[in-house]
Design a protein around this ligand. Structure first.
Ligand code: T46
Length: 132
């Protein structure tokens, strides 16, 4: 499985840094929703699901965390997000787990669709069966 990162350009000057995110420019879909995960407790593992149609880009804008991605054939573990200019593109039908959140982690997620619980598959065996 190819892990797809998006490197955002940092507009820096003597005052500090700024990154601009623009749909269909540096994000490969229309952004319908933005959410962020923060204040994650120690040793918590989140995710454990796939999405049938949703595409997302995850950016750790502060701190760090790790992802496991699984396309039903291959698992890639220990994908580190620790830079505000590094986005992880997660396309549809990819199982994801997030873990090793630093105390200060703020994980920003840009999503191609509104929240819809019926788009989730939260059972791993059902996820594998859906490819058959
Ligand atoms: C994903 C990973 C990276 C909402 O009401 N609206 C929303 O937009 C979202 C994302 C969640 N929720 C509710 C649903 C649950 O009651 O917030 C609660 C926590 O959501 P969940 O358990 O799905 O959180 P994670 O961290 O396991 O997964 C989230 C996203 O749901 C998911 O799409 O890819 O982050």
């Amino acid at each position: 499985m190819k892990i797809k990162f998006i490197n955002f350009e940092i507009k820096g000057d003597e005052r500090g840094s700024l990154i601009a995110i623009e749909e269909l420019k540096n994000i490969p879909f229309e952004i319908k929703r933005v959410y962020y995960i923060f204040n994650t407790k120690p040793n918590v593992r989140r995710g454990f699901h796939t999405h049938k149609n949703l595409k997302q880009v995850a950016i750790c804008v502060k701190g760090s965390c790790k992802f496991l991605l699984d396309d039903g054939k291959e698992r890639v573990d220990e994908i580190v997000l620790n830079k505000p200019n590094k986005g992880l593109l997660i396309e549809e039908m990819i199982w994801r787990e997030m873990y090793d959140f630093s105390e200060d982690c703020v994980l920003l997620v840009l999503a191609s669709e509104f929240y819809d619980e019926s788009d989730y598959i939260r059972d791993y065996d059902e996820f594998l069966r859906s490819f058959k």
